[in-house]
Ligand binder design. Structure first.
Ligand code: SF4
Length: 494
């Protein structure tokens, strides 16, 4: 029976790959692909998913995936995405989301991880190979500048990626920074990585100022690495935080990418200063319709790094609710936007601590933290490698285990009774619990700002107050719009 199911799954997978070829070359093929994809989403996400998860949660996921596919194909038809990149993107999107259990290499790696550690592996990792950056933005979470020099040596960077590929069976990597395009070590740069791991999809966050025509063409050739370009709003907001003239440089870079056929996304940090821009349709129409972005990330400013000095820039709980409602409207309009803290339903809550389907983070010093936004670590890659271990061992520190225990209790292990995924974050939205029950004494701060935050009464009280207010505003929405009648009665209280 198992073999029969595997064979059936293999046939479906081959049919999907065949359809991609057709979709790429004809409009009829694209219509059929969207149709088939929608049916698959209906079956996997809505019908099967709703048996174990909340239906309203599954509906949001379905809207997001459909919007992502539509925007991608729309940009392909406009000529902004090359055939090669379109094929690669669609393969990874479909195969990793709906068929990965039938890809034998991936399946073997996942099974062997499960047998060894008794949990499923994370789906991806985020890695910042260098802290160097050519800009100096106000409130940068990485506290980067051109004077900060920490960089992972290429052989270490490569070894971490190989472990992600072979041990976790992952085919997805996010590269952050610093500015990743400044990465150089042992005569190699990011392109060497993209070429080597050509079965893996990379997204990399960039300030967009170092893109050239030549680099865009090289990225088109590898076809597996998509830039996520940071903006703050329109020209005024972007230049105010990032520096004069940056917005125009970004637009120029986007032209290079479209000309070469490389899909890209836009990443925005929401602050109290630009929140009104982010509540206006004009902003999203500009990036999606006029500029051809494929999707958009919204990160609400996190007061870490130099951000602790700019606590006041963090959007208020009331503004966060407005952004949440805006996000709902945008999905309904068909724009694939993910707001990192308001879209917790898309990922079944917090994805940190290397949880199944989630991720963990390795920074430029080799420190292994549960999340880009949790600046504390117990292990670092250099010590692990000296002891003959792998990065996988870092997932079993008390720190990571306690984080996963919290995620499970909060809803990941019982998604129909999730507490409140409108406040999914273990650090920002549940800071008191994070400090009292997750962060161990032996965890060190990634930098002096993280240590200062840990020792600051003001920081603790500031986030705790934010969380209490946010709970008052979000819990009624969660209870009314997500939890079913039956689950509302049996909901476990805090
Ligand atoms: S800790 Fe917060 S920011 Fe990090 S993955 Fe979890 S929800 Fe997201």
């Amino acid at each position: 029976m198992k073999k029969l199911n595997e064979a059936k799954e293999k046939i479906k997978q081959n049919a999907y790959l065949f359809l991609i070829e057709k979709a790429i070359d004809s409009q009829t093929g694209r219509r059929i692909l969207i149709n088939q994809f929608s049916k698959r989403i209906q079956k996997v996400v809505i019908e099967e998913g709703s048996k174990t998860k909340l239906k309203a949660v599954q509906q949001r996921k379905s809207q997001w995936i459909k919007a992502l596919l539509k925007q991608f194909l729309k940009n392909y038809e406009k000529g902004y995405i090359s055939r090669h990149a379109a094929k690669k993107g669609l393969e990874v999107l479909g195969l990793n989301n709906f068929f990965s259990s039938s890809l034998s290499e991936i399946k073997k790696a996942k099974e062997s991880f499960r047998n060894k550690y008794q949990i499923d592996p994370p789906a991806f990792l985020v890695i910042s190979p260098t802290q160097k950056c050519n800009l100096r933005c106000k409130g940068c979470y990485a506290a980067s500048s051109s004077e900060t020099k920490a960089t992972l040596p290429f052989d270490i960077f490569d070894k971490i990626l190989k472990e992600n590929h072979d041990i976790f069976g992952s085919r997805f990597i996010t590269i952050s920074g610093g500015e990743p395009l400044m990465y150089k070590s042992q005569g190699k740069d990011l392109l060497d990585i993209f070429e080597k791991y050509n079965d893996t999809l990379f997204i990399f966050y960039t300030n967009g100022t170092l893109m050239t025509e030549d680099l865009a063409e090289k990225l088109a050739k590898t076809g597996n690495a998509f830039p996520q370009i940071s903006v703050e709003g329109f020209e005024k907001e972007t230049d105010e935080r990032r520096g004069k003239g940056i917005f125009q440089k970004i637009l120029r870079s986007m032209e290079y990418l479209k000309k070469a056929g490389v899909p890209y996304a836009v990443s925005v940090t929401a602050t109290r200063k630009n929140v009104n821009t982010l509540l206006d349709d004009e902003f999203f129409d500009f990036w999606f319709e006029k500029q051809g972005a494929n999707h958009m990330w919204l990160f609400q400013l996190m007061p870490i790094g130099r951000g602790k000095e700019v606590f006041d820039l963090m959007p208020t709980p009331e503004e966060r609710i407005k952004l949440y409602r805006k996000w709902e409207q945008l999905l309904e309009k068909g724009y694939p936007v993910a707001d990192f803290w308001n879209s917790g339903v898309l990922s079944n809550g917090c994805i940190a601590y290397g949880r199944s389907g989630g991720y963990f983070y390795v920074d430029w010093n080799g420190y292994i933290t549960p999340c880009v936004f949790i600046p504390y670590y117990v292990d670092n890659v250099y010590d692990l490698y000296k002891e003959g271990k792998t990065v996988a061992e870092a997932l079993f520190s008390d720190f990571f285990k306690k984080g996963r225990e919290w995620q499970n209790k909060y809803g990941f292990a019982r998604p129909q009774k999730a507490k409140n995924w409108l406040m999914p974050c273990s650090i920002r939205d549940n800071y008191r619990y994070f400090r009292e029950a997750i962060l161990p004494d032996d965890a060190k701060g990634e930098d002096s700002f993280a240590e200062e935050a840990r020792n600051s009464k003001e920081y603790f009280e500031g986030l705790d107050k934010y969380d209490k207010k946010l709970k008052k505003l979000t819990q009624p929405i969660w209870d009314k719009e997500y939890l079913s009648e039956k689950n509302k009665k049996s909901k476990v209280e805090d």
